[in-house]
Ligand binder design. Structure first.
Ligand SMILES: NC(=O)c1ccc[n+]([C@@H]2O[C@H](COP(=O)([O-])OP(=O)(O)OC[C@H]3O[C@@H](n4cnc5c(N)ncnc54)[C@H](O)[C@@H]3O)[C@@H](O)[C@H]2O)c1
Length: 391
């Protein structure tokens, strides 16, 4: 029986995926895997039994990734599991940037006690008139899990969609509608689009990328949507662009004192992924990743070890997994253990990521000895963090 310890309340749709070979455990001691949302693990001592931690969500700053790597614990997260939730709010933001919905709601609230509000509304409404998104140009910056979904739904809304992502993954490119025009120069997005939506991570090279120069290139009356991170946009430059009318509206999911003072900004309190369905999706993805690793040794969406997928363990084969340092000669030493024992390696994959590497081997099940016998010899190799017989 494999034991899974939950450090936070995890959506029951996630834990319901655990099959009969699994049991939830109240203790981390003796657990094979752990599921976590935001609980801090920095001061938690991990038992030797713990093979993996899956974070239901994207951010992993509550988990000591390097210590986990050293201790042979694979850490997973669930990128993209909240993409639909963010996409739906971006659709709302397109409307918030096109029609003065926020102003209209405020007017109704302000006039709540007017017995003639219905008549007054007919007069007042022209102040909140807007435009439609159909037929307008939308530029999507970053075509990952969220950006690709935004681009596709905008096509469905009848928009003319332009996508910019010099590092787009093959998977994301496959998901993208063929109606999305590929842009190779970011300035073309600024120059030609009526609406822009940014979906890139905040990192060196993207922080502050929407600066004064970018704003100056934009079409007069452009609408900019930011559901990615506040640091991507230079607040001072955006405030100036809004004040001059260059940018008509800035819809952001990130409240800070600077945006709260901007006229023309519609600010939300980081609601992008705040849906019950996103929580469910994150939990289900985390549980699937954990089970695939425990049962097959496959790694998908790890943040400290490389991705590695050999599918389910084939009939008639045994699978051994080795987590190790990414150092010269490691693969030769690992394979020698089996060569010396006269065991044939049928399939093998080795992947590295930074300082960490992973070797997955399928062995002839009829070979002499049991793979368990090899574990001690594998773990004695310098740099090997953990070796286990998966099946
Ligand atoms: N508002 C919210 O609640 C919320 C929720 C989830 C994620 N997010 C934010 O959304 C961002 C995107 O999430 P995702 O799941 O789509 O991530 P992702 O990793 O799937 O996609 C990011 C994309 O950005 C691209 N990219 C990187 N640098 C770029 C650059 N300089 N120019 C153009 N493209 C570039 C990458 O190639 C990748 O395709 C996250 O980094 C996060 O900050 C916000």
């Amino acid at each position: 029986m494999r034991r899974i310890h939950c450090l936070n309340n995890i959506s029951p749709l996630g834990t319901a995926l655990l099959t009969e070979g699994y049991a939830l455990s109240d203790e981390i001691e003796g657990a094979d895997g752990a599921l976590v949302r935001s609980a801090s693990l920095h001061d938690v001592e991990f038992p030797k039994s713990l093979l993996a931690i899956a974070r239901a969500g994207a951010g992993v700053n509550n988990i000591p990734l390097d210590r986990c790597a050293e201790e042979g614990i694979v850490v997973f997260n669930t990128p993209g599991a909240n993409a639909n939730a963010v996409k739906e709010l971006v659709v709302c933001a397109l409307m918030l940037g096109s029609r003065d919905i926020a102003g209209g709601i405020a007017w109704c609230r302000d006039n709540a006690d007017d017995p003639n509000i219905a008549k007054a509304a007919e007069k007042a409404k022209k102040a909140f008139a807007g435009r439609e998104v159909k037929g307008k140009k939308l530029g999507v910056i970053g075509l990952g899990a969220i950006g690709a979904e935004v681009a596709n739904i905008a096509v469905e809304l009848g928009m003319d969609v332009y996508g910019y992502d010099p590092y787009v993954s093959v998977g994301a490119a496959w998901r993208l509608s063929s109606a999305v025009h590929r842009v190779t120069n970011l300035d073309d997005i600024f120059r030609t689009c009526d609406y822009m939506s940014i979906h890139v991570p905040a990192m060196e090279g993207t922080i502050g990328m929407i600066d004064g120069r970018a704003c100056s290139l934009m079409k007069d009356g452009a609408v900019f949507l930011n559901f990615s991170r506040d640091t991507l946009v230079d607040d001072e430059a955006m405030a100036a662009a809004l004040a001059s009318g260059k940018v008509h509206a800035y819809i952001t999911d990130f409240a800070n004192p600077a945006v709260m003072k901007m006229k023309g900004a519609v600010v939300l309190p980081h609601l992008g992924a705040s849906t019950a369905e996103a929580e469910d999706n994150c939990a289900m993805t985390a549980v699937r990743e954990l089970m695939d690793y425990l049962e097959n040794g496959n790694i998908l969406n790890s943040v400290n070890y490389p991705a590695c997928d050999m599918g389910p363990v084939p009939e008639g084969l045994r699978r051994v997994a080795v987590l190790h340092a990414n150092v010269p000669n490691a693969i030769a030493r690992i394979t020698n253990v089996f060569g010396d024992a006269g065991v044939n390696i049928e399939n093998m994959t080795n992947k590295a990521r930074g300082d960490n590497a992973y070797t997955l081997l399928d062995l002839d099940a009829d070979a002499p000895g049991h793979p368990d016998d090899a574990i001690g010899r594998l773990e004695a190799i310098e740099g090997v963090r953990r070796a286990r017989v998966v099946k």
